[in-house]
Design a protein. Structure first.
Length: 212
């Protein structure tokens, strides 16, 4: 199994990566501003599940293919970016109906759909793809055997830290949204900001190159 020293070193590196706002954090913040606390936390759960799919893929050897292939990496990156832009445009167009949704007078987005959106962004996050493919294997002690299990344990540590950090970001952003909700105009504005954040994030991911 993974030694305590390797586990601690990986946890520290994961923390440093996670606390710096990246695609996942910005997406959670955008969702918190546009739809509130529940949507933000559901997004965090979906995002975490998506990230763990990447961990499983790396553990089974699929991650190395993504990391080595420019084509596969680019297709996955652009797919994630396009989906973010789509969600951002949708949030922008629906910003005027946020007050009704907030007061219960409108149809809120289902938890299942919000979970799926978070999952889609998490599994297509270039930041975590590269981290899991290039960094995660370095903390595995192959002399101890059970390589796949070691990777899954390390990935679980990463996800626990990510859930705590991303949830905090989402709750803080949602708390700010509560203040905006006192005014239909302010709430419409913050919904637009949330949408523009997701659009900007999608464009940023699309133009970001590989760090080879």
């Amino acid at each position: 199994m993974v030694s305590a020293e390797r586990l601690l070193a990986f946890a520290v590196m994961s923390f440093l990566l996670i606390v710096i706002p990246g695609p996942s954090v910005l997406f959670v913040i955008g969702r918190a501003l546009a739809q509130g606390r529940r949507a933000a936390l559901t997004t965090v759960v979906g995002n975490t599940l998506g990230a763990y799919v990447l961990i499983v893929a790396v553990a089974l050897g699929v991650g190395s293919i993504v990391e080595r292939s420019v084509l596969v990496f680019t297709v996955l990156k652009l797919a994630g970016a396009a989906y973010l832009v789509y969600l951002g445009v949708k949030a922008w167009r629906q910003r005027g109906s946020l007050q009704a949704a907030f007061t219960g007078g409108g149809a809120a987005q289902s938890g299942r759909r919000t979970l799926w959106d978070g999952f889609a962004v998490g599994v297509a996050n270039p930041k975590t793809i590269v981290f899991f493919a290039a960094v995660l294997p370095q903390f595995v002690d192959r002399t101890q055997g059970h390589v796949v299990v070691q990777m899954l344990v390390l990935g679980l540590v990463f996800n626990i830290i990510a859930v705590a950090s991303d949830s905090l970001w989402g709750l803080v952003a949602a708390t700010g949204r509560d203040w905006f909700a006192r005014s239909p105009r302010r709430l419409s504005m913050v919904g637009g900001v949330g949408g523009l954040t997701m659009v900007g994030l999608g464009v940023s991911i699309a133009v970001t190159g590989r760090q080879d």
